[in-house]
Structures are given as structure tokens and as C-alpha cells.
Ligand binder design. Structure first.
Ligand code: PRX
Length: 653
């Protein structure tokens, strides 16, 4: 498709139409940004009025990044309820307005339109079912659901009664689910009979059963009847949600929660060990999710907004459910995948529901770009006004395609950089205020102070590149790692004392715009999904034939990064292709399909230092096809290992 390309890679001025429409122009951005940094109490004290408080706060910001006494509190003496903010307070003015448009996997199945009033009833009923099944304020509830409205009901029902939800992405295996259930000691799982994605069914209930049998904690499994498939059901433990919801009261009083009470836990991968339970709290999170949703997407009353993420990831939490619903928005939830039934699906859904604002991931854009323009050109997309990108660096070519082919140069692109830990968008253009540069997340949002440091922690001023840190707290940042505060402090605040370390590399240009270059730690970003190399390695070494394994990322045209694994077998085992497939399936079963290695190379030895440490830098270079540039190998215990690895490297194409 490159030969059709006529785009020029230059900064893009936002059209005149946007200047009239947008809430914030450049001058306002600069003024408000300065205030947000110089006087955060005034700035956030005022912004927090966008949500309803039961008891108003008297203190705004009380935070310190000082190592090791990191402590983050916002609006700490205020009380509120998130579900009341996302649902009840809209009833008077928007009761009959659609809150959620649900577009099913199968285009022949009718879409659903759930009004705020219907949302209220469903959330209340589900909350009452949770209570009837013993869930109390502070209890953890695991949600393992497909992309159906019940996922939003379940989240908001937990928030309503003060329970802490932990959503586990439906693509994770029973083992991964059990690990997360056990870590937060959750006695209840909410799941569905089956999920549906790309025409295939996902055995969620069967997986939940397997996880419950493995875990010692599960007492109840609440099951949404979704596909109607025939699934195992144990009446002593399982509850059909439709029956239970019909039997309880349609109203449920929202609990009065403190601003700093946990709202949810979301597990995410890091460089080491098992996934961490990132804890987000009530007040600051909601203020920030609501504010960013309004300003980054320039959301105006009545706009139809579609974020294609899954609720199993943080993007789904903040920008399908909490941010949009706090703003009384119309939020589209899509059960399916971009290429089913074919590569036109996204744009057909845009036309069907007159979507104005569309937010997706670079991996989807690249995959659709590869499928060809003809899938786009058959659709109108006239309703689109703004496009967003999230999850990984967007390469300029994909950016240009998104801008020219999808948006027909009418729609600004907001390339939003953030993380599970940050709770909301931290670096992003604001449409109407920011000149766009393809591939740059541009400038910080209000209250966010990014900085670049070199390996020694020295701050880099002006134009330059380094590791991205944030200098001070923002309201929606994670508060702790569930059950392990020390891990929180060590992971994020020990590398550069007094600063939050993001794990990302970044460049700053002469205009002070930020260009995220990707992870600098042992986290791989596969199709915008975070995967710890340590997790893949520990899954591999759990296989009886594997003695040692090392996983690294390599550049992948569609996925951004793929997973390349070096595996040393137990002595006596034979290096056969069939075993590679077995190991790939093994990882898929242990963690989930997103972790399945793209390549496995058998390696009789791994490059190690004399003290036995694997030199991952070398493995990365080999996987990246950069053998000419292996750096210093003189500290290797056995340099010949490297020659063998290069000779036997996998053809990645
Ligand atoms: O490396 C960055 C990348 O995704 C990581 C965070 O992943 P996760 O916690 O799963 O959250 C993803 C959705 C918020 C970051 O450390 N990342 C996310 N957005 C961008 C990005 N990299 C470049 N540009 C982005 N816009």
C-alpha cells in the first residue's frame, strides 16, 4: 500500500471548525496548566466540583513521593459514591437518554440501547444480588465477563455497595484467573456462560469453574446468561444472575464512601514476579477520569463516543465506563473484534450508530491498514469528528493512515499516553489547543509534570531523550499494590528517588513535545497488552521438559512487539518442532492466548555472565536481528554460546 502514500509527515494544525468547538484553546491550556502546577489545591479543588460529593472535602492534595514514605491522598475527608455519580445524578436530566449502546459480535444480532434509567435499575438489582450473596463493603469481587452491558452493571454495582472489583480479562486462562482471585482473596466471581468474539465462543464459565477449583477462596459464582450455551452449573455454588436479579429490589442505596476508599484493583504485569494488583481509589480517580474524558475527547452533550478497548484493561475502566458515565455520555460497548466478519466492521459500526468520537489502539489501526483501503472506502464515516490512539507508540505511518484514510483529514488524532498505574491519560494533545505531530503524545495534561532522566538519575533539560518520570502526584494515580505497599514504593519510586518512574523511554523535542519510545524495562507490549517477560519464562520452566527459558520482545509489524523465547531443554530431551508447538500451547494455557510466544528457539546454553546472570541485552539484539551490534560480550562465561544462538536464530518473517 506504500505506493499510494502521498502523506507528508508534518505537524498538523487543528481545523478552524475545531477551534470553534473545543472547550480549550491553546491560550487557555497554557494558563490552566500553569495554575494546575503552581496552585494544585485551587485547580483541583475547583475541578472536583464536576462530581457530586456527599460530604465536601476540606483538603485537596496531601501527597509525597519522598522515598520510602510515599503517600498519596486526594480530597481525603470528602465522601461520595461512584455509582451515584455515574448513574443516579443523571436520572433527572437524562433518564431516558442512552447511556450504553451495545453492539454485539454478530452484526445480525440487534444492538441494545440502555438508558440511564435502565442502567440504574440493573446496577441496583445486581448490587442487591451481591449483598444477598454475602458481599459487604470492602470485599473483593472478581469480574470475568465478556464485553456485554452486564460488565458495566457489575462494576457499578460493586461501587454502589463499596465492594472492590477486580476485573480479569476474558482472554486469561483459568490459572491466571485463580492467581488473581487468590491474591485479593475474592469469594465471588461474576462471569457469563460464554463469551463471543469473532464468531467463536469463549468458555468463560468452564474457565471460572476451573479457577474456582484451583483457588481456595471462591464461594459463589454469579453467572450471566449470555449465549445460552449449555454450561456446567453447580446449584450449591452457582447463581444465574437473571433469575437472582429478577427476585431482588430494583433500588439500592449507594454507600457513602471516603474519597480514599479503594474502588478497584486491576492486575498488571511488571518486570519481575507475578502481576501486581494496582489499587485505584474513589474520589481522585473519578475526578480525573471524568475531566480527561471531557477534555481529551472534547466530549459534548449528545456525542456518541466509542472506545474499542476491553473492560478487562484500564482503558475500558476509565474510558468506557467511569469517565464517560460520570459525564452523562453515550458510551458504545463493542463485543467483537475489528476484522469480523471482515475488516470493515469498525467503520460499519461507526456508520450504524453515528459515532462521533472513536478511540482505539495502534495495533488495530496497523492491522486494518494492512487489510487495505477498500474496506474503509465502502463506509461513510461522516459522523466521525475525533480519533484517539492508546496502548503503545503509534508509528507515523499508521498515524497518517488513520488521519488521512479514516478521518479524511477532518478529525484531530489524540495520541494518549498513560498506564494502568496512572488511572487516566497523562500526556496527550487537546483537540483545538495542540498542534498535532504524527507519533507524538505531545504535551502533559493538567497537573502532570513529566521529566526525563538519564541512567544516573540526572535530569535532562530541554531537547533530549531519557527515561520518563513524573515529578508530582495527580489525582487518579494508583495508591498502592494490593497487599504489598513496599512493592509499590520499590517498583515506582526507588529507581529515581522522589520521582514516579514510568518504565518508558521518551524523547522531548524543541517544542517541549513528548515522544514515547516504549518500555525500557522487561515488560513487552504485545498488541497494546502488557506482558512481563518473567511471567512467560516462569510458565515455560513449569513445563517438565524445560530447564531454562528467557523471553524478550522483538519488533512486530502489526502487534508492535512479539514474544521471542529461548528455551534450554532438560538433558535427554530432543529439540523437535512438535515440542515448540507444545510449548507455545503450554504458555497459552498457563497464561492466556495473548502470551503465546511468536518464536521459540532451542538454546543449549544462554549467554550468562560469570556470576550466572542471563545477559538479556544480547538475547534482545539477536531477536531483533541486530547481531552486528551486540555490544560488549567479554564478560560472558562462554562467548561461543552467542555464535550458536545467531546461527540457529528463528526466521521471524
Ligand atoms: O509503554 C507505554 C504504553 O503502554 C504502557 C502501559 O500499558 P498499560 O498499563 O497496559 O496501559 C495501556 C493503556 C493505558 C506504557 O507504559 N503506552 C500506552 N499508551 C501509549 C503507550 N506508548 C506510547 N504511546 C502511547 N500513547
Amino acid at each position: 500500500m506504500s505506493e499510494h502514500k502521498v502523506y507528508k509527515l508534518s505537524p498538523v494544525e487543528v481545523s478552524e471548525a475545531w477551534k470553534d468547538r473545543a472547550f480549550i484553546d491553546n491560550e487557555t491550556y497554557l494558563k490552566l496548566y500553569a495554575e494546575s502546577i503552581e496552585d494544585p489545591d485551587t485547580f483541583w479543588g475547583r475541578e472536583a466540583q464536576r462530581i457530586d460529593w456527599i460530604k465536601p472535602f476540606t483538603r485537596v492534595k496531601n501527597t509525597t513521593f519522598a522515598y520510602p514514605d510515599v503517600s498519596i491522598k486526594w480530597f481525603e475527608d470528602g465522601t461520595l459514591n461512584v455509582s451515584a455519580n455515574c448513574v443516579d445524578r443523571h436520572l433527572a436530566t437524562r433518564g431516558d437518554q442512552t447511556a450504553i449502546i451495545w453492539e454485539p459480535d454478530d452484526p445480525e444480532t440487534p444492538a441494545q440501547y440502555i438508558t440511564y434509567r435502565e442502567l440504574h435499575e440493573n446496577v441496583c438489582r445486581l448490587a442487591n444480588v451481591l449483598k444477598a450473596n454475602g458481599v459487604k463493603r470492602g470485599d473483593r469481587v472478581t469480574i470475568y465477563l465478556p464485553m456485554i452491558p452486564a460488565a458495566a452493571y457489575a462494576m457499578l454495582a460493586c461501587a454502589r455497595i463499596g465492594a472492590i472489583h477486580s476485573i480479569v480479562f476474558g482472554g486469561f486462562s483459568p490459572d491466571s484467573l485463580a492467581g488473581r482471585v487468590d491474591d485479593c482473596k475474592s469469594a465471588v466471581i461474576i462471569t457469563a456462560d460464554e463469551g463471543r468474539r469473532g464468531g467463536r465462543s469463549v468458555p468463560l464459565k468452564a474457565n471460572a469453574d476451573a479457577a474456582a477449583n484451583k483457588s481456595g477462596h471462591v464461594e459463589k459464582i454469579l453467572v450471566v446468561r449470555h449465549t445460552g450455551g449449555d454450561v456446567p452449573f453447580d446449584p450449591s455454588r452457582d447463581v444465574w444472575l437473571d433469575e437472582a436479579m429478577a427476585a431482588v429490589d430494583a433500588d439500592c442505596r449507594p454507600e457513602e464512601m471516603n474519597a480514599e476508599d479503594p474502588l478497584f484493583i486491576l492486575y498488571t504485569s511488571g518486570s519481575t514476579g507475578a502481576p501486581k494488583g494496582v489499587v485505584h481509589c474513589t474520589g481522585g480517580y473519578l475526578v480525573y477520569a471524568s475531566m480527561t474524558h471531557q477534555h481529551v475527547f472534547d466530549y459534548h452533550e449528545g456525542d456518541v463516543y466509542w472506545c474499542t478497548a476491553d473492560v478487562g484493561w484500564v482503558t475500558g475502566h476509565s474510558y468506557i465506563v467511569y469517565g464517560p458515565l460520570a459525564n452523562g455520555a453515550i458510551s458504545l460497548m463493542f463485543e467483537g473484534v475489528p476484522n469480523y466478519p471482515d475488516a470493515s466492521r469498525f467503520w460499519q459500526v461507526v456508520d450504524k450508530h453515528n459515532v462521533n468520537i472513536f478511540y482505539t489502539a495502534p495495533t488495530a489501526i496497523r492491522a486494518l491498514m494492512g487489510a487495505g483501503e477498500e474496506y474503509v472506502k465502502t463506509t461513510s464515516r461522516k459522523s466521525l469528528r475525533l480519533l484517539g490512539s492508546v496502548g503503545e507508540p503509534i508509528n507515523p505511518e499508521a498515524w497518517e493512515w488513520y488521519y488521512h484514510v479514516i478521518g479524511e483529514m477532518r478529525c484531530p488524532i489524540v495520541d494518549t499516553w498513560w498506564q494502568t498505574e496512572t488511572g487516566g491519560i497523562l500526556i496527550t494533545p487537546l483537540p483545538g489547543a495542540t498542534t498535532l505531530k504524527p507519533g507524538s503524545a505531545t504535551r502533559p495534561f493538567f497537573g502532570v509534570q513529566p521529566a526525563l532522566v538519564d541512567a544516573d538519575g540526572k535530569t535532562i533539560e530541554g531537547e533530549g531523550a531519557g527515561n520518563l518520570v513524573i515529578l508530582d502526584a495527580w489525582p487518579s494515580m494508583m495508591r498502592t499494590v494490593y497487599g504489598d505497599h513496599k512493592r509499590f514504593v520499590d517498583t515506582y519510586f526507588s529507581a529515581y528517588k522522589g520521582k514516579y518512574f514510568t518504565g518508558d523511554g521518551c524523547r522531548r523535542d524543541a517544542d517541549d513535545f513528548y515522544w514515547i519510545t516504549g518500555r525500557v524495562d522487561d515488560v513487552i507490549n504485545v498488541s497494546g497488552h502488557r506482558m512481563g517477560t518473567a511471567e512467560v519464562e516462569s510458565a515455560l520452566v513449569a513445563h517438565p521438559k524445560v530447564s531454562e527459558a528467557a523471553a524478550v520482545g522483538f519488533p512486530h509489524d502489526i502487534k508492535g512487539q512479539g514474544i521471542y523465547c529461548y528455551v534450554t531443554l532438560m538433558s535427554g530431551e530432543h529439540e523437535m518442532d512438535a515440542l515448540k508447538k507444545e510449548l507455545r500451547d503450554w504458555v497459552r494455557n498457563e497464561i492466556g492466548p495473548i502470551a503465546a510466544p511468536d518464536h521459540i528457539q532451542f538454546a543449549p546454553g544462554l549467554p550468562k555472565t560469570r556470576s550466572g546472570k542471563i545477559m538479556r541485552r544480547i538475547l534482545r539484539k539477536i531477536a531483533e536481528d541486530e547481531f552486528g551490534n551486540l555490544g560488549d560480550t567479554s564478560t560472558l562465561a562462554d562467548p561461543s554460546v552467542v555464535d550458536h544462538l545467531i546461527e540457529n536464530r528463528q526466521n521471524r518473517q
